[in-house]
Design a protein around this ligand. Structure first.
Ligand code: COA
Ligand code: MG
Length: 312
């Protein structure tokens, strides 16, 4: 388990056995770009995703695979989650990618263009057959029309016995390509689809990350998209360039004010006179135990982010 996840049991949810993660910023790194791969380990993103799929041309797949193997072989950094995006198992490269990825024992393997629950189960079975590390989770990209309409069933595989799925990622570029929707004027037209993916993830207790912002020099437009994504409920954003990391960390991380409020709620419920109470008032506002649960989760995530900063 890397430092950005923690088995922090939320004290008021007896069923809360899932890990708390910090996934504000997940940077794609093309696995044929040696310089970017070396640089990635020094960056402040919460996760790096080595890409074998869209960013790598057919001729470069074998050498990119080897580059990832060598990178993990040299020792992974402890302060970020290390993920490998493979090609679809149905492609000519998928099985070789999966074998290599399983041998690297990354924190997760990211599966592109997931369309049905059986896409997930097939990979899980293959990972079990390969004796993949138990800590290696699956992340799934929802980026096709069929993946979108099936996303609740896909997300639910995370709750099955032995299920490895724990995060969904929105693939906005592919969604635009496959549906014909025009994103040149912003994301208003696809907002309902994105909310559907967030809802499916939440219903299954999964994290969910927003798609990439292609114009990495347009930092104002990028910030605005991060802020909207945060309001929609995403846990973080997938990124393509190091310039995008700080804004994602700031936007999807907790503000000092939010942390102070969370600490005050935890402290208030810890007072002897409030023990056993379901609801209290603080400064004229109703505060329930569900707010305590939210506050505890926020503080747990913030503690992980603090650890990641001090370890860089
Ligand atoms: N990860 C790590 N480092 C990266 C990086 C990334 N994704 N993108 C750029 N860098 C590094 C460069 O290596 C360069 O490092 P240096 O200054 O030490 O030489 C520095 O950041 C500045 O890079 P810059 O010149 O601004 O960009 P570029 O022209 O080299 O690359 C892209 C631009 C878009 C091609 C590149 O950012 C990229 O490949 N992004 C990821 C694409 C991807 O994976 N797509 C698939 C998923 S959507
Ligand atoms: Mg894609």
């Amino acid at each position: 388990m890397n430092q950005l996840q923690d088995k922090t049991a939320l004290s008021h949810r007896p069923d809360a056995t899932r890990c708390v993660h910090s996934r504000r910023s997940a940077l794609y790194v093309p696995a044929n770009n040696h310089r970017a791969m070396q640089k990635a380990a020094t960056l402040a993103c919460d996760a790096i995703i080595f890409d074998l799929e869209d960013a790598i041309g057919p001729d470069d797949k074998p050498s990119a695979r080897k580059a990832i193997k060598d990178w993990f072989g040299a020792g992974r950094p402890p302060h970020m989650a290390c993920i490998i995006r493979i090609n679809a198992l149905s492609s000519a490269w998928g099985m070789d990618d999966l074998e290599m990825a399983a041998a690297c024992a990354p924190d997760a393997i990211l599966l592109p263009k997931i369309e049905t629950p059986s896409d997930i189960r097939t990979v899980q079975k293959a990972l079990d057959d390969l004796n993949a590390a138990a800590h290696t989770r699956l992340w799934a990209m929802i980026e096709t029309p069929r993946g979108l309409v099936n996303c609740q069933h896909i997300a639910d595989t995370g709750m099955e016995a032995g299920g490895r799925l724990d995060c969904l990622i929105v693939g906005t570029n592919d969604l635009a390509k496959e549906t014909g929707v025009d994103l040149s004027d912003g994301r208003q037209l696809v907002t309902s689809w994105l909310m559907q993916i967030i809802l499916a993830a939440r219903a299954a207790g999964l994290d969910v990350l927003d798609g990439v912002y292609n114009n990495f020099r347009d930092l104002d437009g990028y910030r605005s998209e991060c802020e909207t994504g945060r309001s929609m409920g995403f846990d973080g954003k997938t990124l393509i360039h190091p310039l995008q990391i700080d804004t994602a960390n700031a936007t999807f991380g907790a503000s000092a004010e939010a942390l102070a409020d969370a600490s005050a709620i935890v402290a208030a419920f810890a007072l002897p006179q409030n023990s056993g109470k379901g609801v209290i008032q603080m400064d004229g506002k109703m505060v329930e135990r569900l707010h305590l649960e939210q506050a505890e989760k926020l503080l747990a995530k913030a503690a992980l982010q603090q650890k990641s900063v001090t370890s860089i």
